[in-house]
Design a protein around this ligand. Structure first.
Ligand code: 6PG
Length: 228
């Protein structure tokens, strides 16, 4: 399916609407909303705005995952969990068991295996071969990476593992990331982009270039929400 590009002057508002609309559809369909959070800095404003309209979602039905994590303690400002916790997770009535945090302070391979096991348990309960996100939020790096799938990384070639330890040029270098098999099992992937300097990278990704351009859900759609 060809990616949809939605350009907006109301980036945060439209991102929140996309999340809420997809969440309501998912909960009506399955009783659950499986939402994967992007890291980096772009999503912070979206998560804060989502928290401010927390009453619009039954958070007990929401399951949170993280597309990638930096291998630092959860209280480290570089942690993607730390950013999402401060902006969203500590502000909404989300049961602790609904957050599948990637443990940044332990051995990266062990953290990846732990996350994989959590996702596999849910997939088994749902009768799915692979955990299926209802909505997976992703960012776009200036080198075309997404999650922690960086150009030239061996993680790009992974076809079996769903979550792996990896390294990248963007500090902190040691990371844990979702792989294409997991990303491409999503019902919907939404890239959040709010930086005009990345326009050329966006165009390349839309041509299928870079790691970000190779996110192609098997039975799902890709949306690019682009702030202007
Ligand atoms: C990370 C992210 C990464 C991020 C992009 C964009 O851990 O850094 O997962 O993929 O989404 O690098 O980052 P910004 O939103 O900060 O530009």
């Amino acid at each position: 399916m060809t990616p949809r590009v939605l350009r907006t002057r109301n980036f945060v508002k439209d991102a929140v609407s996309l999340i809420l609309e997809t969440g309501r559809e998912a909960i009506a369909r399955s009783g659950m909303f499986r939402l994967g959070l992007a890291g980096g800095s772009t999503p912070r404003a979206v998560y804060k705005a989502l928290a401010s309209c927390a009453d619009d979602l039954p958070w007990e039905c929401v399951q949170i995952t993280f597309g990638d994590e930096r291998c630092v303690p959860a209280d480290n400002p570089d942690s993607n969990f730390h950013m999402a916790f401060e902006a969203l997770l500590c502000r909404v009535p989300l049961p602790v068991g609904n957050v599948f945090q990637i443990q940044g302070h332990i051995d990266p391979n062990e953290a990846a295996a732990q996350c994989e096991a959590q996702l596999a348990a849910v997939a088994k309960r749902m009768g799915e071969p692979i955990y299926r996100h209802d909505l997976l939020l992703l960012g776009l790096g200036e080198d075309g990476h997404t999650a922690s799938l960086f150009p030239g990384s061996p993680a790009l070639e992974e076809t079996q593992r769903l979550v792996v330890a990896t390294t990248g040029p963007k500090p902190p270098p040691q990371r844990v990331t979702f792989t294409y098999p997991l990303l491409n099992a999503s019902r919907k992937v939404a890239f959040l982009l709010n930086d005009p300097k990345k326009e050329s990278v966006l165009e390349a990704a839309l041509r299928g270039e870079f790691p970000s351009g190779k996110v192609r859900p098997t039975d799902g759609e890709v949306v690019w929400l682009v702030g202007s």
